[in-house]
Design a protein around this ligand. Sequence first.
Ligand code: HEC
Length: 109
Amino acid sequence: MKFLALTCLLGLMACGSREVKGGLSQNEAFPATFTSIRDRIILPKCASCHEEMMSYKELTSKYVVAGQPAESEFYTEVEGDGMPLYSDKLLDEEKLAIKTWIEKGAPLD
Ligand code: HEC
């Protein structure tokens, strides 16, 4: 039992938060990169209705203003829980990954 508790504690520490530029706390388990956002958010939660968002070029030219999450529909729609339509809204860590990625300038990984 003690061993189990220790393992859980270590697990929590390993998955803990880390400070990134700008004072944002980013979850290491969810890197703010295009690939992880595409594979873990867009593919399962958006692509059924917005197939074009799977393309880096389409996403960044139409829905993202690099460096400015508040001006990026890709972020403002999910931040305000307007999207995804008809299904569970995004988790805080998913919203944070999108916001951080846009703040970094929305690079292609
Ligand atoms: C069930 C279908 C559906 C899903 C899933 C969905 N959307 Fe949408 N989305 C729509 C429709 C329909 C509109 C246009 C009407 C509206 O704004 O309500 C829209 C509009 C948008 C817009 C505004 C720009 C535009 O093209 O009109 C953005 C940005 C957006 N969605 C992002 C997302 C993101 C990001 C996800 C995944 C997290 C997502 N959507 C999931 C159906 C969907």
